[in-house]
Design a protein around this ligand. Structure first.
Ligand SMILES: N[C@@H](CCC(=O)N[C@@H](CS)C(=O)NCC(=O)O)C(=O)O
Length: 215
């Protein structure tokens, strides 16, 4: 049975299962969500409660929400799972993934969403609130990041979440020099993260705030 992953290569939350699948060597068919694939758009509308992506199908099985998709991918291939077997490491990895999703990726998306609104409908207060949330998250994470991967052990679901969150958050609200910025650089040097960054590169003109050249 072919695993089908629905998404767009520029979408932050789609990077997460892409990174997991590449790191673990799990084959899948990528189903592009764009105007040229109305069948995929119709399918994602069924698969996801909000129509947002990613979602994954495996025959009749349907999985949506990026963290659940990553967890499902752990069932395939023989590589170390993204949810570590050790319960403490699993808890830390899930917790950090949720923090990167809610307190880094979501405020980043809020800033991007404001930029996508017509000029007369933008609210600078929403942008400053999102930046304040990012500042708090950056400081909390910087205090906890060591010299390795997020959970202090192997590459996990936390790193899958961190890579797109920190990649794009730094574009909208730069991460100060220090442990978190160094961790972002380590993530970008990982070959599977670099692959996802490169696959998304052609879509950078979609970014409403202008993509910096540095990454
Ligand atoms: N909680 C969801 C968030 C998914 C999400 O925000 N997806 C964005 C792409 S990064 C999306 O579908 N955006 C298009 C839209 O909102 O129409 C998850 O973890 O999968």
């Amino acid at each position: 049975m072919t695993l089908k992953l629905y998404g767009h290569p520029f979408a932050a939350f789609v990077w997460k299962p892409l990174i997991a699948a590449y790191v673990r060597g799990v084959p899948f068919e990528f189903c592009m969500i764009d105007a040229e694939h109305p069948d995929h758009c119709a399918r994602i509308a069924e698969l996801s409660p909000t129509g947002q992506f990613p979602a994954l199908t495996d025959g009749a099985r349907e999985v949506t929400q990026s963290n659940a998709v990553i967890e499902y991918l752990d069932r395939f291939g023989g590589a170390a799972p993204m949810i570590p077997a050790d319960p403490d490491a699993a808890l830390a990895s899930r917790m950090l993934a949720a923090i990167f999703d809610s307190y880094v990726a979501e405020p980043m998306q809020q800033i991007v969403a404001e930029a996508l609104r017509p000029e007369d409908q933008r609210d600078p207060r929403r942008v400053s609130e999102a930046k304040a949330r990012l500042d708090k998250a950056y400081a909390w994470l910087a205090r906890r990041m060591g010299a390795g991967w997020a959970n202090g052990e192997g590459f996990s679901i936390a790193d899958c979440a961190a890579a797109p969150a920190l990649f794009y958050a730094d574009w909208v609200h730069p991460i100060p020099a220090g442990a978190l910025r160094a961790y972002r650089a380590r993530l970008l040097a990982h070959p599977c993260v670099a692959r996802v960054v490169n696959e998304a590169r052609p879509y950078r003109p979609l970014f409403p705030l202008g993509a910096p050249d540095r990454d």
